[in-house]
Design a protein around this ligand. Sequence first.
Ligand SMILES: [Zn+2]
Length: 204
Amino acid sequence: MSKTDPLADLIAALQRLPGIGAKSAQRLAYHILKTPRADVDAMCDAMRSVKENITYCSICSNITSFDPCMYCISPERDARTICVVEQPENVAAIERTRGFKGHYHVLMGAISPLQGVGPDDLRIKPLLQRVGRTDIGEHERVTEVILATNPTVEGEATALYLARLLKPLGARVTRIAMGVPVGGDLDYTDEFTVSKAMEGRREV
Ligand SMILES: [Zn+2]
């Protein structure tokens, strides 16, 4: 960071955001420069608050401001069904459909040899522990695991890998239907399609 050129520093910082190129960064920086001080302060506070107050659920790894998260502790949700997704934003996409009332498990990514992401880099072990629990009553055990990883090469490979590990644990393992466009991402898909994908899930 240079002391001499705050605007250049801001442009450089904005350009590190996903999907923001040099031109957009410049446009945003000039916009911020013209924005009233109070609005900019509010934006800075919101960013700081996200870093200070949001953490990851110790059970499902979803983002939350308290631990365990609201999905894991809700008495209205069925702990016997676990929906596995890649990222916390995918939980939000499935919640928007209002059709799913089970629990979640966020992997924190997908297996991608090209990007150097292996099974040990993901929250796979805690998932196997959750599904394979024997210290709880029969009626509380996980009966279905829905693999809702993205319909990308990485998401498919991850689903196949998980299915192989999960099946011996005795739960039903299903994969969401491919109503979600191939190569797409759950959080950019409309609610109707996500909802249909969940309904049309099949055994793997
Ligand atoms: Zn949770």
